[in-house]
Design a binder for this molecule. Structure first.
Ligand code: FES
Ligand code: FES
Length: 190
């Protein structure tokens, strides 16, 4: 039976053995070749996509594991390649050979969603499982800070709702204060 996966906002029926890696479906059957094949064993990060919003290695994710999930690849990040992270990558001239870069970008986008103003340590932790043979790490770090500055600031936390007023049980309504300078008794008699 075909397995339904939402890929870049389109429903795809994957008519492949369920243990086929998701990466094969993306590259060989859907021509989404922006996602790269590096090690094939989950160790280099080149094949990173988002699955239900989280970065995931598509070389070690089976069709079965992806069924019913939402997958976003580098092609689905933005229609015209103008996501703030992609723009920062261009502005900072990050890629060298480029092979690792779509995986780096996908993880960076997920990092900025979780931590809109990451520190260098946050960046290093998030990208720890990604390998760049060309050594572009310092430019990647800089581009992430540039993208963070270009993205809207994180929304402040929503205020706590005010506690509901306890219902008054038969209490008399508060009296109105008399008007300033007036004589309430006098007014009542006349
Ligand atoms: S190709 Fe998937 S982690 Fe290296
Ligand atoms: S830019 Fe060449 S491997 Fe990263």
């Amino acid at each position: 039976m075909a397995n339904l996966i939402i890929i870049n906002n389109e429903a795809v029926r994957a008519e492949l053995p369920v243990d086929t890696p998701l990466l094969w479906l993306l590259r060989d059957h859907l021509d989404l070749t922006g996602t790269k094949y590096g090690c094939g064993t989950g160790l280099c990060g080149a094949c990173t996509v988002h699955i239900d919003g989280q970065p995931a290695r598509s070389c070690v994710t089976t069709i079965e594991a992806a069924t019913g999930k939402e997958v976003i690849t580098i092609e689905g990040l933005s229609k015209t390649g103008d996501h703030p992270v992609q723009k920062a990558w261009v502005d900072e001239d990050v890629p060298q050979c480029g092979y690792c870069q779509s995986g780096m970008i996908m993880t960076s986008v997920a990092l900025l969603k979780a931590k809109p103003r990451p520190t260098d340590a946050d960046i290093d932790t998030a990208l720890a499982g990604h390998i760049c043979r060309c050594g572009t790490y310092s430019r990647i770090r800089k581009a992430i800070h540039v993208a963070a500055a270009a993205m809207p600031p994180p929304a402040p936390p929503a205020p706590e709702p005010a506690p509901a007023a306890a219902p008054s049980k038969g209490r008399p309504a508060p009296r109105k204060a008399p008007a300033k300078g007036g004589d309430s008794k006098k007014g009542a008699k006349s």
